[in-house]
Design a protein around this ligand. Sequence first.
Ligand code: CMC
Length: 431
Amino acid sequence: MPTNALLKIDDKEISYPVITGSEGEKAIDARNLRKDTGYLFYDQGYGNTGSCESCITYLDGDNGILRHRGYPIEQLAEQSEFVETAYLVIYGELPSPEQRKRFGTMLRENAAIDTQMMRIFEGFPRGAPPMGMLTSIVSSLAAYYPHLATNNFEKDLENFDLTAAMAISKIRTIVAGIYRYRHGLPFNYPKDVPFCDNFLHLMFSEPYKEYAAIPEVTRALNLILLLHADHEQNCSTSTVRMVGSSGANLFTSLAAGICALSGPLHGGANTAVMQMLQAIHDEGDDGTRFIAAAKSGSKANRLMGFGHAVYRNYDPRARIIGHACDVVLNKLGKTDPLLDIAKRLEHSALNDDYFLSRKLYPNVDFYSGIIMRALGIPTELFTTMFAIGRSPGWIANWKEVASNPKGRIYRPRQVYVGPVKRDYVLIGKRG
Ligand code: CMC
């Protein structure tokens, strides 16, 4: 294994150390390149840039491998549940019974939204996009709890256990509140029940009809959230790290992550998938039109739920959710024509040279909406569900940034290609 890489440029030869990760991933530590040579590495979109060292998640996109803190996602999906995996992602180890109890208690004790904060909801139009509401309301946490969100790493880390539990629990409560508000329904107050059951209660309990927990529904919700718990340096997580690197507190950094998640190429894809499947259903098409349009190369027409910036193989999460769709629908005694359409679409795409040659496979968003729909969660809320699930990953990444004494502010460079120096001359007359 080489320990150095030699770079030859402008008759200069410079040696840079090679870093090797615990799974054998190799990187060239060329942080001094500009200082040594005056050159930058150009890497649009950072697709080949290791922006940090991290102990949280290992992802091998070529072989479809995903592990959190060393544990394969398949084993976590089979044997763990969301809150336990959240603890693992945030703290690095599976919780002992005492730690699990304490974490669960903190989640329950911090589930409610401040009554004054509830009024923020009323400032939004009823039809406001849920992700827009979620970013604003989550960022307001920094204003409601300024003593916990001081923008001073040392102080904020002293309160980390509390702010982490508050963030996960309140994001869940806020999402349910957004649903209730948009539908003109009264808010429900959190109950002293497990995390997922509490979400379903917050969403679906009515004044004279409490939501009665259904084990299959709770299990399916646990699975969906768990499968979103973390995913290495994706767009929203890198955003959280970037914002956090400026010294920003956890709540503010999370709000930025939620903004990044909202785009259709990232978390917004789960909503776009359902819209696509519904359109195929409504048109009575077999998906040919969407596949043909996706092959045009236009970003606007991509096959949603397909492809991934890192996976060149089946996304392991998509495989788990794809299998779970049949099981969940079966257990709930439901059928969904969109599931058949999705399966046919996957089959057509995976037999098409365009997708095969580019190694485009279903990703986590392709089947997740079918399960959420079966649980009664409306499509408009799908990306906010992704945000609940991803909150542990964002929190763990913020913590890595905040607790790294050698961390620098994230500040990439650019290759400037705009106009060269020119002198100011007034155009026309000032009005
Ligand atoms: N449909 C059609 N063509 C595609 C798609 C797609 N879904 N995805 C990629 N391509 C094409 C792309 O245009 C490029 O073609 P060419 O080589 O002819 O220029 C080629 O495949 C390689 O693209 P890439 O470099 O693998 O893609 P990327 O890294 O730029 O983008 C992506 C990754 C996820 C944004 C993209 O695959 C996409 O837009 N997918 C649809 C949206 C989606 O499902 N997003 C959810 C991602 S998973 C959840 C999450 O973590 O956010």
